[in-house]
Design a protein around this ligand. Structure first.
Ligand SMILES: CC(C)(COP(=O)(O)OP(=O)(O)OC[C@H]1O[C@@H](n2cnc3c(N)ncnc32)[C@H](O)[C@@H]1OP(=O)(O)O)[C@@H](O)C(=O)NCCC(=O)NCCS
Length: 130
């Protein structure tokens, strides 16, 4: 199930990001702005995505799926859900920054419809009518 994150999800998101190596040591993760969505399986947080709404383009700030749930379509569902929020808000595209050493995410990005631009680890997906 993909749903908006609530304050009760804070620990689950923290554990997830830690397991995926995405926690920044200098930040606290007590509050998440909208839209932050989570994937829940059997009461556990197994995926999350945070978008930052903007015009003309929005941003994907964080995305993670628990290692044992990866490559089962959860990431695709999370992207599809946040894209609906972006489109409802009038965004024409989303961008995401990917660590140049994150070969897995760089490989997955084209499958999610995002193309690398400007020769760097910036990926952009234009939001169409679907
Ligand atoms: C990136 C991530 C969110 C993808 O989530 P996921 O649930 O595994 O993705 P899905 O199963 O929905 O796959 C979506 C598409 O990406 C492709 N894909 C996923 N991981 C891939 C990989 N390592 N290499 C190549 N393609 C990959 C899938 O094949 C699928 O495409 P397809 O339908 O055309 O076959 C997940 O691997 C993850 O959390 N990684 C660790 C955290 C991270 O690096 N986050 C990004 C920070 S910028």
């Amino acid at each position: 199930m993909i749903r908006p994150a609530t304050t009760d999800d804070r620990l689950g998101i923290l554990v997830l990001l830690d397991r995926c190596g995405l926690l920044h040591p200098d930040l606290t993760y007590d509050t998440w702005s909208h839209p932050t969505l989570v994937a829940e399986e059997d009461g556990q947080i197994v995926g999350m995505i945070q978008g930052l709404i903007g015009y003309p383009q929005s941003y994907i700030a964080d995305v993670a799926v628990a290692p044992e749930y990866q490559k089962q379509g959860i990431g695709r569902k999370l992207y599809a859900a946040v894209e609906q929020v972006f489109k409802s808000a009038g965004s024409q595209a989303w961008c995401g920054l990917i660590d140049a050493e994150n070969a897995e995410m760089i490989a997955a990005a084209p499958h999610l419809g995002a193309a690398s631009v400007r020769g760097g680890a910036i990926f952009v997906k234009t939001l169409g009518d679907n």
